[in-house]
Design a protein around this ligand. Structure first.
Ligand code: AMP
Length: 283
């Protein structure tokens, strides 16, 4: 497995492989790899001739009061995991390679970045969209693999690929979960064992809403209230938002209609750790 630390190196590698008609898969991550990340890599290995995984903790998607400095980093372990799971190359650029002195350009996906996460982390999606665009331009992949875990992010990346006419196929992969339903996340390392158990309530909350929808509930506010009530069973939870929306565009009608594909969305803190999760449901 190759390890590249500059854009030039990864681009040369990718172009050389493409000239041989090989299909290149790309999995962007911030490292501290877990089975969620590795399931994306598995999908890439399966679908593509060559898979590149990037590790870059992107300063532009963290607000000053967030955990950029303490974000979990374990490069040695990540390299071994990626190698074991069949990555052909790891791309780990430096901050100054991605944001050279004098850097000014931003990528904004106007509407999709506003609701839900956008309200609580207003800086976030601009940072994500900008860095992903730069990573795509550097790696020049045919296929990219993202996790449904970050559902709104998936919509935004899919949109920007279309809007910028990038010749990339977008793949959204299912959420990898712990046995109690907790969505895997690098930030779960911040949780104690006891907190991890308790955090299962987030998935139970989504399940509760799904069951009520299956029984015929269509009113968005009632669906949200069901989730709010369930989530509040755990005292230590501080809720950023619970919501339900049309899955394709995040619009929030008063009532959903038969045939609608909707997404249930949750963001909350368990003590100091921020958890997000979601579920797709067909009405
Ligand atoms: P991150 O390192 O958190 O920026 O995540 C990198 C990629 O892995 C993103 O596309 C995430 O959506 C995806 N990912 C993170 N956690 C999971 C999970 N539990 N299941 C599936 N994909 C995930």
């Amino acid at each position: 497995m190759k390890i590249f630390e500059t854009i030039e190196e990864v681009r040369n590698f990718s172009r050389e492989k493409r000239s041989k008609n090989l299909k290149i898969g790309f999995v962007p991550t911030m490292g501290a790899l877990h089975n969620g990340h590795l399931s994306l890599l598995d999908a890439s290995v399966k679908k593509c001739d060559l898979s590149i995984l990037s590790i870059f903790v992107n300063p532009k998607q963290f607000a000053p009061n967030e955990d950029f400095n303490s974000y979990p980093r374990d490069i040695e372990k990540d390299i071994n995991l990626a190698k074991e799971r069949g990555a052909d190359a790891i791309f780990m650029p430096s901050i100054k390679d991605i944001y050279p002195i004098g850097y000014q350009t931003r990528v904004i996906v106007e509407k999709l970045e506003k609701p839900f996460e956008g309200k609580y982390r207003p800086h976030f999606f601009e940072g994500v969209a900008t860095v992903c665009t730069k990573l795509f331009i550097s790696v020049e992949p045919d296929e990219v693999f993202f996790g449904q875990k970050d559902y709104q992010q998936c919509l935004i990346i899919d949109r920007l690929i279309k809007d910028l006419n990038l010749a990339i196929n977008f793949n959204m992969m299912p959420i990898a979960r712990e046995p109690n339903g907790l969505a895997m996340s690098s930030r779960n390392q911040y949780l104690s064992l006891e907190e991890k158990e308790k955090a299962g309530i987030v998935f139970l909350t989504l399940e509760e809403a799904r069951k009520q929808i299956a029984k015929g509930e269509r009113r968005r506010k009632v669906i949200n209230a069901i989730m709010l009530k369930k989530l509040k069973e755990l005292n230590e939870i501080k809720i950023d938002y619970v919501g339900s929306a049309i899955a394709d565009n995040l619009e929030e009608p008063e009532e959903f209609l038969k045939g609608d594909k909707i997404v249930l969305l949750i963001a909350c803190f368990l003590n100091k750790t921020r958890l997000i999760d979601n579920m797709l449901v067909k009405i």
